[in-house]
Design a protein around this ligand. Structure first.
Ligand code: ZN
Ligand code: ZN
Length: 115
């Protein structure tokens, strides 16, 4: 950045505090980012027109999985207890227009619980 011909070296990013999407505390160091993949239906295919809109992120957290869980709870997402909080989560549409988040790694049925 340059003001009146004087070069000012500012690392802008350092001046902006990154905040955790879970607890809204300032993130110290590198944020832990989570991306959401496209929604997959657990039972029946969902038509394009009925697809719920979802913000794929990335969402950033301070590295505490509890913050991710509280963020999910705030969004009304369910969490599959056979999965773990990972950098990439798969949203799964479940009855009653809700979304469950799973890491998609286990091969048996999802078990969604309130996050
Ligand atoms: Zn946090
Ligand atoms: Zn699952």
């Amino acid at each position: 950045m340059e003001i009146m011909g004087i070069q000012i070296r500012t690392i802008v990013q350092d001046n902006v505090a990154r905040r955790c999407d879970g607890c809204h505390g300032v993130i110290d160091g590198t944020p832990w980012r989570i991306n959401l993949l496209d929604i997959v239906a657990a039972e029946k295919p969902v038509g394009w027109a009925e697809r719920p809109m979802i913000n794929p992120g990335p969402f950033q957290f301070d590295g505490d999985p509890a913050c991710v869980r509280s963020w999910m709870a705030g969004k009304g997402y369910l969490f599959c207890r056979r999965s773990e909080v990972r950098e990439i989560m798969r949203p799964i549409s479940i009855p009653a227009d809700r979304l469950g988040l799973c890491d998609g790694i286990h091969r048996d049925d999802h078990e969604f619980i309130p996050a």
